[in-house]
Design a protein. Structure first.
Length: 83
């Protein structure tokens, strides 16, 4: 179960993205942040919609902590290890 978001890039930034990936692969977090995309932690670029490659599609697990980027299940597992 995920929450979803999309980010529409300007033409200039979309050209920069094309130079990085040629629209043949997903962007890593460092790459989309270097393009100026700003959002909380935990989001992943998960798909390319070829008719509109200038729209980045992101998702993250429901219950993800925006400060750490970790899903609730991951946080619970870490707490159990430390008990």
């Amino acid at each position: 179960k995920y929450e979803y978001r999309h980010v529409i890039l300007t033409k200039a930034i979309a050209k920069d993205m094309y130079r990085i990936t040629s629209c043949k692969r997903l962007l890593e977090e460092q790459e989309w942040r270097s393009l100026g995309v700003q959002q909380s932690l935990g989001w992943a670029h998960y798909a390319i919609h070829l008719p509109e490659p200038h729209i980045l599609l992101f998702r993250r697990l429901l219950g993800t902590d925006p400060g750490t980027g970790k899903a609730l299940a991951q946080q619970q597992q870490q707490r159990q290890r430390h008990v």
